[in-house]
Design a binder for this molecule. Structure first.
Ligand SMILES: O=C(CO)[C@H](O)[C@H](O)COP(=O)(O)O
Ligand SMILES: [Fe+2]
Length: 221
């Protein structure tokens, strides 16, 4: 399976956000991961739909939008109109997650379900068929640069089994603490899309291309 790398702009230089998006696009990113935080569902605030809209003309890559907001439904249309391609939502703050996922598809976008490290996997059962992507958080959401939670690995394995048993083509993405050491583990567990903020934007390597290539190579090792 082809590995998809989705650099998270959370770790980029916000004073040069547009240039950072263009730079990772040109460096070979498959998607651009946009972390949207509201200071309510998570204890941090990032950007809203106007910023997504401003970035949209700068890259043709898939805009992989990760909403960490409550409530979800009020903002789905705004992010769809802003140019998001994938909109991932958390079930934890949303009593109508089934309807929210449907509404994302009804807007012509790909629907993602993001689950926290403490979210029971049973939550996904009635929702598999509605998901184009499942985003497994391998850190508690809110901040970049955190340590990968190893207990995520059996969770990824379980979700991979369910996706395959159901005969679905759902993208299985992992987010949080991904680097050259953890990437091969999550790939072995059955994920094939990797979000990486720190490991791309603050890798200490010579270029974003080198950072992305390093992840790609380590992931397929
Ligand atoms: O959703 C997120 C945090 O809530 C980010 O996508 C994630 O933390 C990526 O950052 P890093 O690769 O530095 O861990
Ligand atoms: Fe994220």
């Amino acid at each position: 399976m082809t590995v998809l790398i989705s650099p998270s702009i959370l770790a980029s230089d916000f004073s040069r956000l547009g240039d950072e998006v263009k730079a990772v696009d040109e460096a070979g990113a498959d998607m651009i991961h946009l972390d949207i935080m509201d200071g309510h569902f998570v204890p941090n605030i990032t950007v809203g739909p106007d910023v997504v809209k401003a970035l949209r003309p700068l890259s043709k890559k898939t805009f992989d939008t990760h909403l960490m907001i409550a409530p979800n439904p009020a903002y789905i249309e705004a992010f769809a109109e802003a140019g998001s391609d994938i909109i991932s939502v958390h079930p934890e703050p949303d009593p109508h997650i089934h309807r929210t996922l449907q509404s994302i598809r009804n807007l012509g976008k790909r629907a993602g379900l993001a689950i926290n490290p403490g979210t029971p996997l049973e939550v996904i059962e009635p929702l598999y068929e509605l998901c184009d992507l499942i985003l497994v958080m391998s850190v508690n959401p809110g901040f970049g640069g955190q340590k990968f939670i190893s207990a995520s690995l059996p969770r990824i394995e379980h979700i991979r089994r369910r996706i395959d048993d159901l005969g679905l083509q759902t993208i299985l993405e992992v987010d949080g603490g991904i680097n050259a050491e953890t990437a091969p583990k999550v790939l072995a567990a059955g994920a094939h899309a990797l979000v990486a903020g720190t490991a791309v934007f603050r890798s200490g390597l010579g270029s974003y291309r080198e950072a992305i290539d390093t992840l790609r190579v380590s992931a397929s090792a």
